[in-house]
Each structure stands twice: as C-alpha cells, then as structure tokens.
Design a protein around this ligand. Structure first.
Ligand code: SAH
Ligand code: DHB
Ligand code: MG
Length: 229
C-alpha cells in the first residue's frame, strides 16, 4: 500500500532561524514601521506568512535595481512586503496591492500610512481575479510580486504578462513549499498550482525564469524570479 501523504507543514531548523535573525539584525535592520506590520498582523490573528525580513529587503532591492515606477502586488496581508517595496519607489511611483480580506487591507492601510508611504500605495480590496481586469489600460507595471492563493499562480502569471511589458520583473513567492511541487500529492491543495506555475515559467517563451530556494523562519521555501521577454 502506498504510504499516506505527510500532512503539509512548514518546518524550520533552529540554526536557520537563528542565522536569519542574525542576518536581519546585522544587514537588514528592520525599523519600527516594519516591526509594526508584524505586530499588528499578529494582534489581528493573521497567520505569520509575510516574507522574512531578508526576503523583504531583497524585494526592495529588486524594485530599486529595476528602477520600477509601478509595482503590482497580489496578496497584501498587513503590508510588510508592501512597505519594503514602496520604500524603493520614487516619489511619483505607485504600488497597487490587491487583498481579498478587508480586515487585512485595513490593517495594512494604517501600517503604510503610519510609515509615511501611504500616498504611493493603492490597496484594492477583492479577489485578485476580479480586481486585475480593472487595472487594464493603466500604465504597465515594472515589477509584479505574486503572493496570494497558490491555486491561481498560473492565472496571475498570465495577468502579469497582460499588465506588464518586456522587461517587467516577476517574483512568485512560495515556489519550493518544502519540496512539494515535485511530489504534489504531499499537498493536494497548494502544490499542483505551484507546480503548474513553475512548468509554465520554464516552458513558455514569454518568460525567462529561475527558482531560488530559501530556509529560515518560514521553513524550506523559495521564490521564482522571472522577466517578461
Ligand atoms: N505579501 C505579504 C503576505 C501575503 S499573505 C507579505 O509578504 O507581507 C497572502 C495574502 O493573500 C493574505 O492576506 C490573503 O488574504 C490574500 N489572498 C488570498 N487569496 C487571495 C485572492 N484570491 N485575491 C486577493 N488576495 C488573496
Ligand atoms: C502561506 C502563504 C504564503 O504566502 C507564505 O509565504 C507562506 C505560507 C500559507 O498559505 O500557508
Ligand atoms: Mg508568501
């Protein structure tokens, strides 16, 4: 008989978490506005699924390196990743972040306003597949960060192409998911969507992509980095 699939759960090793904290303290230096995005999420009962601080800083650097003026985020939570990216935007830049849960959006709104980047961030409440069509006809996005329901990853990649242009950078979070994409039966809910989206990134000539694995407080995970050709 085939073994039962292991229930999916993130597993962190103490060393990974300690080293992540050391990196964060030594290199990233999160400030009170970033800490507020974590503490308010916790107080509101949100799951601790924001990016790790070193990954958030990586997103900020990507926005900066790309010289992005328009950033699209799918999945706001309490605005932790949003704040990192918004900080790399020029004064006239704009970040549109889509969030399904109004309670999450309200917490994020306050965090971003308190952090002084509120003017640059437009939070749209709703299911991303309903909100994305309303963004058509606006200026193209220079960078897209996808971090919401994994079942729709491939749909979000299609929207990134529609709302982006050649040279648009795409970051797709949670693409390693404890190794489940290579054995999707380990997480029938999320792994098939992650696997399909990676197969799309790897086979569709509109994308040029890789996946970077990460470990730390969020377990064994990673992100895909892609550029639209
Ligand atoms: N990017 C955030 C974390 C996002 S967590 C950070 O790193 O700080 C994922 C978020 O996506 C949750 O807030 C969840 O409510 C939202 N979400 C889930 N499904 C969604 C959907 N279909 N449309 C929009 N948002 C969705
Ligand atoms: C989950 C979602 C995320 O975006 C993440 O980074 C980690 C975990 C989740 O739904 O469990
Ligand atoms: Mg994520």
């Amino acid at each position: 008989m085939a073994p039962e699939p292991t229930p999916f759960q993130h597993r962190s090793q103490p060393d990974w978490v300690a080293m992540e904290k050391w990196i964060s303290d030594t290199v990233v230096h999160p400030d009170p506005a970033l800490d507020q995005a974590i503490s308010t999420a916790q107080a509101a009962g949100m799951p601790p699924i924001e990016v790790a601080p070193n990954s958030g800083k990586f997103l900020q650097l990507l926005v900066s390196i790309r010289g992005a003026r328009r950033v699209l985020e799918i999945g706001t939570l309490a605005g932790f990743s949003t704040l990192f990216m918004a900080r790399a935007l020029p004064r006239d830049g704009q970040l549109v972040s889509i969030e399904y849960k109004a309670e999450h959006a309200a917490v994020a709104r306050k965090n971003l306003d308190d952090a002084g980047v509120g003017e640059r961030v437009d939070i749209r409440v709703g299911a991303a597949l309903d909100v994305l069509p309303t963004l058509e006809g606006e200026e193209p996005f220079d960078l897209v960060f996808i971090d919401a329901d994994k079942q729709n990853n491939s749909n979000y990649l299609e929207w990134a192409v529609r709302l982006g242009r050649p040279g648009t950078v795409i970051v797709l979070d949670n693409t390693v998911w404890e190794g489940a994409p290579m054995e999707p039966e380990r997480d029938p809910v999320n792994a098939p969507g992650i696997r399909d989206s990676l197969q799309l990134l790897g086979s569709d000539p509109r994308f040029d992509a890789t996946v970077i694995q990460t470990v730390g407080s969020k377990g064994w995970d990673g992100f895909a980095l892609a550029v639209i050709r």
